[in-house]
Write a protein that binds this ligand. Sequence first.
Ligand SMILES: [Zn+2]
Length: 315
Amino acid sequence: MRYSRQTILKEIGEENQKKLQASKVVIVGLGATGSSSAEMLARAGIGTLILIDRDVVELSNLQRQSLFSESDIGKPKAVAARDSLHTINSEIKVDAYPLDLDHDNISILDSDLILDCTDNLFTRFLINDYCKQNKKPWIYSAVVGTKGMAMNFLPSSKVCFNCIFSMVEGLDTCSTIGILNTAPSAISAFQATEAIKILTGQKASRDLLHIDVWKQTLEKIKVKTDRKCSVCRGNYEYLAGKKQEILKFCGSGTYQIKGKFDYEELKRKLAKVGKVTDMGICFRFSAMTIFPDRAIIKAQTEEEAKVMYSQVVGN
Ligand SMILES: [Zn+2]
């Protein structure tokens, strides 16, 4: 009964419904698009959902992130989303991983399909590497303002994410542009639809979708392989942990670089060569504020920030 309105659809039917119920999908990022796509797939009866998110729910998320309510503020998003999905469909399995996806824990992506609902290029390049190497399908999505993009990357695709976006650098993660809550909803509708097509073995889109909900425009862009693409040549730098995650903050000249280092040892070492100001959870050294897992750096360019990081923290 639960899926009767879906199984009578000629696009689905009983056989495809069984395929959906036997499927396992990973959703990376439980923001607005991730919430909506996870909800649609849970309602559609995808057998297993794996939810990955490093953040906690904040009040400013409630304007658009449909799985959360006021009582979830402060909870890890992956956990709050899992609990919310359980109340929608208790017949499916939902696992929550409140962690930062990186090359060390990337094996949690092992599934039938991965949905990229993140807000950063670093994780997308990492997902692209993993999916190219392991021949897994994934669906990219990105939303800002009133616009959104989505694209399927299938094992049979001639083009990969790196072919299209390798030249993009220092992606804005600013909250200043804002976001209309209907834009991620619209992108999610396309993303979840493509997910159902892929999971049931039906023909899925190969175009880059671009929509603007405000202007009511929809474009399907044909994209070409980059013959020089390193990932397509089997060079998986993100998967090998050779790339650092660099975020540029709002305003000018502040970068965050994540890394693995001995925090206490670094603090002791730097105190011998310059002024270290201990702030409790972090310390300041020169133009850097260093946390146990990352450094916030004031610099003119991303390149300068990288150089400062490698000089002070090492690689
Ligand atoms: Zn490529």
